[in-house]
Design a protein around this ligand. Structure first.
Ligand code: GLY
Ligand code: MN
Ligand code: MN
Length: 437
């Protein structure tokens, strides 16, 4: 059996279980359609419903839908507009077509005519802000219990999903290397961003999220995506957090570079070492929350070693100071979505883990399990807005902090596939190693 055949069999089984548990006979998964800007006729880039691309690797066919009734083959209503304004998306022969009943339509009326009264029994999953989907007489729209069930089980990736994630990481790593060269060649943020896209023949809308391309102080702005068009006189440091997609699956990689040796270059190496030390702690059964705390203690040790903060790692963590330097979560699930779903779910009935107000941005609280894929992305930044709370704290060494401020910060981010007993796969480092071999 091919890996895709096994994947769609798993998706089917997961839908069977979710529908049975939530009392639905069938489901209609709608791909969605582009939104149009206010008072305008220009569509925003189309982002397909993730539950649609979970079934089939089709990301560019708005108004398509999948009808699935346990016991029958999924029916894919593939929308192909008869339209002389736009180029048609070509339907190329692909393996997924052998596993579904394919119905090509050019009018959604054909979907409702074909399904007839079955539509009234179906749960609808998708966006329904526009007609005709908004008026389809379905039994329920996006029932939370069904979504929770599906989201909980999506955390464990199939072999086919891992293949796609590997390829997405390879694409991202290739672009990262081009961006690194552009930084060392003294290019502007926008030029670096263009070098990234050119390296993988990609347009911006194909990226999983807005790339973060920050020189110098911009490295401290967690989601910086402004892209200066002029290179700074001195390009000291470079933080790039950028991904790529493959068959709808996402990569999310961060690297940080120092132009010259010295304090900041040493800090980049120390954060990288702290990230790798944390990677060694990942194994099934460990709580992701504990990994987050463990990473905080390692970053706190770096703060102490670099004399940015006085005190032991424990006291720097307990006082909340490490959160001022490392304010975001350790990471998140990744897959069909860059921030993949289900990170707070305790079970497939929708119960959630209690969130810790000390770590409000942590998106993943589940115990680590074999087959999960998540990011590990510690950071250390000079963010004045967060340091203000400690303005009078004797622990902070402002002289050192001032020295570091012109470099922004450091973040290192990889995606990890959890294996048995800590035998994990690092999708991102493996991709770089393959390209640099
Ligand atoms: N690129 C967004 C994140 O790392 O979560
Ligand atoms: Mn991330
Ligand atoms: Mn990222």
């Amino acid at each position: 059996m091919s890996s895709y055949a096994a994947h769609i069999a798993t998706v089917q089984a997961r839908f069977d279980a979710a529908l049975a548990a939530t009392g639905f006979d069938s489901v209609l998964v709608y791909a969605g359609q582009p939104r149009v800007a206010f008072l305008d006729d220009n569509p925003a880039p189309f982002k397909v419903n993730p539950l649609f691309k979970y079934w089939i690797p089709v990301i560019d066919s708005p108004k398509s839908a999948i009808f699935y009734e346990p016991g029958s083959k999924p029916v894919v209503f593939l929308f192909q507009p008869r339209d002389f304004w736009h180029a048609a998306v070509k339907i190329e022969a692909a393996e997924w077509q052998q596993h579904v009943e394919l119905v090509v339509i050019d009018d959604l009326q054909k979907l409702t005519d074909t399904l007839g009264s079955k539509l009234q029994q179906a749960a609808f999953l998708g966006e329904d802000f526009a007609e005709p989907a908004a008026s389809w007489p379905v039994r329920a729209r996006n029932p939370q219990a069904l979504i929770d069930h599906l989201h909980f089980h999506r955390a464990i990736k199939t072999a086919w999903e891992l293949e796609n994630l590997r390829e997405a990481n390879l694409r991202a790593a290739k672009a990262h290397l081009a961006a690194k060269d552009a930084f060392f060649a003294g290019k502007s943020e926008l030029e670096i961003h263009h070098a990234y896209l050119a390296a993988i023949d990609s347009r911006e809308t194909e990226l999983p999220y807005n790339s973060i391309v920050g020189l110098n102080e911009h490295g401290a702005i967690l989601h910086y995506d402004m892209y200066d068009t002029v290179a700074p006189a001195q390009s000291r440091s470079f933080l790039i957090d950028a991904g790529a997609t493959y068959r709808g699956y996402c990569a999310d990689i961060t690297r940080t570079y120092a132009r010259e040796s010295g304090l900041y270059a040493d800090l980049v190496a120390a954060v990288d070492a702290a990230q790798q030390a944390l990677l060694a702690e990942i194994k099934p059964g460990v709580d992701y929350y504990q990994l987050h705390v463990s990473q905080h203690l390692k970053i706190a040790q770096v703060l102490s070693d670099f004399e940015l903060v006085r005190g032991s790692a424990e006291s720097i963590y307990e006082s909340g100071i490490s959160s001022a330097f490392f304010p975001h979560g350790l990471g998140h699930f990744i897959g069909l979505q860059v921030h993949d779903v289900g990170g707070f779910l305790r079970n497939d009935r929708g119960d959630e883990f209690t969130r810790d107000p000390r770590h409000p941005f942590l998106r993943l609280l589940r115990p680590v399990e074999e087959g999960q894929v998540f990011t590990i992305e510690p950071g250390l930044y000079v963010i004045d807005q967060l340091l203000e709370a400690f303005a009078d704290a004797p622990e902070l060494n402002w002289q050192r902090i001032d020295e570091l401020r012109p470099y922004g910060g450091v973040r290192i981010e990889d995606s990890i596939v959890v294996g048995a007993e800590g035998n994990n796969e690092n999708l991102s480092r493996d991709a770089f190693a393959k390209l640099e071999a």
